[in-house]
Design a protein around this ligand. Structure first.
Ligand code: HXC
Length: 258
């Protein structure tokens, strides 16, 4: 499927998906959301890490497309919100690791997109926020929920109620981003981390990702039971045998996702 609003580049086991509407700071229109959804659904099995970023110098994604939202009916707005949620859900359920490389503004739907990824890294100049209440609306792609889970309900309420943007070091201090890099180094630093992850056992990474996600919705006993069950199941895989044997033989493991 040819894409008009996103760009896809492969580099070994890394697939980079860049939202490519720099003139409007990569705002998320229905078309962009549909294209991201299709691109994530089409991530090949041998890609190990997906990096999401924004084209241009200024923005990751400055939010949902405000011009497109003007004049939406309640039903249309509900549909738009549901589409954003579907994209978030697809990213969260992807077996492969997803990383947001926040190379500038990550506002509203942009921050919500980033928070649907497994890891967020930001450039020093990045600014993050949920400014929807400035427009008389609320975060609608999961922001009220994912932000509260990431930074805690109080700081989430403050960011949403005040609509203030925070800088990258503050986002790091709050646990909203993993780390901050100089602007020019962000993508190469994130790719280096991606390669590190890509060298690990893919089934193990997918299982760990699933456990962190599912465990958040379970009580601790049930979540730990699921971990034990999954731990046992992984021992049916060739990769678990290979990883353990390689360690004992003091060689690099050759994982095959089997
Ligand atoms: C549409 C946008 C946009 C957006 C920026 N642009 N953000 N267009 N939707 N979210 C456009 C501007 O209109 C402008 O177009 C061009 O991009 C450059 O932006 P400027 O404002 O000139 O840049 P600057 O002065 O540097 O300010 C940057 C900014 C500001 C602080 C990021 O653009 C801004 O406040 N943008 C809106 C951020 C926002 O409110 N996001 C949340 C949206 S609601 P022209 O044609 O003038 O050059 C949301 C809801 C999600 O995300 C849930 C939905 C269900």
């Amino acid at each position: 499927m040819p894409f008009e609003t996103i760009r896809i580049e492969d580099e070994g086991p890394i697939r980079v998906i860049a939202v490519d509407r720099p003139k409007v700071l990569n705002a998320l229109s229905t078309q962009v959301l549909r294209e991201i959804d299709a691109a994530v659904a089409a991530v090949p099995g041998d890609a190990r890490v997906v990096i999401l970023t924004g084209a241009g110098e200024k923005a990751f994604v400055a939010g949902a497309d405000i011009a497109e939202m003007q004049g939406k009916s309640a039903d249309e707005a509900r549909g738009f919100s549901a589409l954003g949620h579907a994209v978030g859900k697809r990213l969260e359920r992807l077996d492969q690791v997803t990383i947001a490389a926040v190379n500038g503004f990550a506002l509203g739907g942009g921050l919500e997109l980033a928070m649907s990824c497994d890891l967020i890294y930001a450039a020093e100049h990045a600014r993050l926020g949920q400014p929807e209440v400035n427009l008389g609306i609320i975060p609608g792609f999961g922001g009220t929920q994912r932000l509260a889970r990431l930074v805690g309900p109080q700081l989430a309420r403050e960011m949403i109620f005040t609509a203030r943007m925070i800088d990258a070091p503050t986002a790091k201090a709050r646990g909203l981003v993993c780390d901050v890099f100089p602007k020019a180094e962000l993508l190469s630093a994130v790719k280096k981390i991606a390669l590190e992850i890509a060298a690990k056992g893919p089934l193990a990474i997918a299982a760990a990702k699933m456990l962190v996600r599912k465990g958040a919705a379970l009580d601790l006993d049930d979540a730990n039971r699921l971990e034990t069950e999954t731990f046992g199941e992984l021992f049916r895989s060739r990769d678990a045998l290979e990883g353990i044997t390689a360690y004992l033989e003091k060689r690099k493991a050759d994982f095959t996702a089997s």
